[in-house]
Design a protein around this ligand. Structure first.
Ligand SMILES: Cc1ncc(COP(=O)(O)O)c(C=O)c1O
Length: 400
């Protein structure tokens, strides 16, 4: 056994999160794609059996009250809240991330303009130029709808791009391709100093590292639940609206579910108070309740412990890759500095698509992003140090 294999064993034996792995359904593959689709939590199948057979099959319509379906979006939002550093009452679960980006960004422009409206001069939306495509497309559409100009800017250059024309800024906490962690506190403060409103996309950070939404005064945030929150394919996303902004949050999608009196069936729209104002239509209950069961894996687990293990795992994986891979075969795009690293390692190499296919066939599941990036997501709840060592060893074999 090599020195690295030995060290991996020792670290797994000393890992305070090691027992959490048993809360997931896993097989012999090394699963490093939790930054795309989290593994299945063991509690989910049984819960879904009950939701489908008893709550839907027997109780039917009564379940909206008796099984707590109606209040699920805010109840599950409050379950996510401590994972992203939010006090209760500010997060609603539902719709996709894309839809929530749209709600948040248009509402952000309206918030920034306040009573001055478009005449107030704030006519620019700044967007992360390296963003996940959906955010860029939606920002473009939101700009057209609100009479703004879209300004794509690299995150590091955002502070210089801000000014009294900036209405809203849409940023990613962690870059989906490189795994780079952006400075949420500093960038939020810069956006506020310019009098603009910040919207953060937390898809690649929530559940992997501390976010501190309340602490850092974030205005609006969105995120998905199928990556590090393990909610399942297409599980609903969430929207955070800071408490002090809720009364002024003017949704561009004011559906009946966000009405102050949803069953009043009134022709005029009067928005609900609080987090429900972010709702649109009937919640996707089956996916939502699968997510609720999935979130039980967090019982007794702190985000700080997850972050500590995430950094240790990605450090160790990079060390193993450096030790095993042929010289110059891969180049890491993931920052070496902990303060700039999310929970994934992105390696650039020629023929990355083919390399990933061969890796998956050999039992190491990551993913490929064009044109030349291998992504390896480290979910500390179920990935261990022996997994990291094995993945690096098989990657090196694949490359040579
Ligand atoms: C950073 C980021 N934003 C937005 C999305 C889109 O999410 P959805 O497909 O749930 O709308 C993704 C999906 O992977 C993402 O990674």
């Amino acid at each position: 056994m090599s020195d690295l294999e030995l060290r991996a064993r020792e670290r797994d034996a000393a890992d305070p999160l090691a027992a959490v792995r048993a809360r997931f359904v896993l097989d012999e593959a090394v699963y490093l794609d939790g930054n795309s689709l989290g593994a299945l939590p063991a509690a989910v199948p049984g819960r879904m059996e009950d939701v489908v057979r008893r709550q839907w099959g027997s109780l039917r319509i009564r379940s909206w009250d008796e099984s707590g379906w109606w209040t699920a979006p805010e109840r599950i939002g409050d379950r996510i809240a401590p994972l992203v550093g939010a006090a209760p009452g500010q997060i609603v679960v539902g719709d996709s991330t894309s839809v929530n980006v749209f709600k948040a960004l248009v509402a952000a422009v309206r918030l920034a303009r306040g009573t001055a409206g478009a005449e107030g001069g704030r006519d620019e939306i700044v967007v992360d130029a390296t963003t996940f495509p959906t955010d860029g497309y939606i920002a473009g559409s939101a700009a057209r709808m609100t009479g703004c100009t879209l300004r794509p800017v690299a995150p590091a250059e955002v502070p210089d791009a801000l000014g009294d024309r900036t209405a809203a800024v849409l940023l990613n906490h962690v870059d989906y391709r490189t795994g780079r962690l952006h400075d949420l506190p500093g960038l939020t403060a810069a956006v506020h100093a310019a009098g603009a409103v910040a919207v953060w996309d937390l898809c690649h950070s929530a559940g992997a590292l501390p976010v501190g939404l309340d602490e850092h005064g974030v205005d609006l945030a969105v995120g998905c639940t199928y990556k590090y929150l393990n909610g399942g394919p297409g599980s609903p996303a969430y929207l955070y609206v800071r408490r002090e902004l809720q009364d002024r949050f003017d949704s561009p999608l004011p559906g009946w579910n966000s009405h102050a009196e949803p069953f009043g069936m009134r022709a005029d729209y009067e928005p609900a108070a609080g987090a429900p104002r972010g709702r649109v239509g009937t919640p996707d209950i089956l996916s939502m309740l699968a997510l609720e069961a999935a979130l039980e894996v967090w019982d007794g687990v702190s985000v700080d412990a997850v972050r500590a293990k995430s950094l240790a795992l990605t450090d160790f994986f990079l060390e193993c890759v450096a030790a095993y891979a042929p010289e110059g075969a891969v180049e890491s795009l993931t920052p070496a500095a902990h303060a700039e690293r999310g929970s994934q390692v992105a390696l650039r190499c020629p023929d990355a698509g083919e390399v990933m296919k061969r890796l998956i066939a050999s039992g190491v599941v990551g993913d490929y992003r064009p044109p030349d990036v291998l992504r390896f997501g480290f979910t500390p709840l179920y990935v261990g140090f022996a997994d990291a060592e094995r993945a690096a060893r098989i990657l090196a074999d694949t490359l040579s």
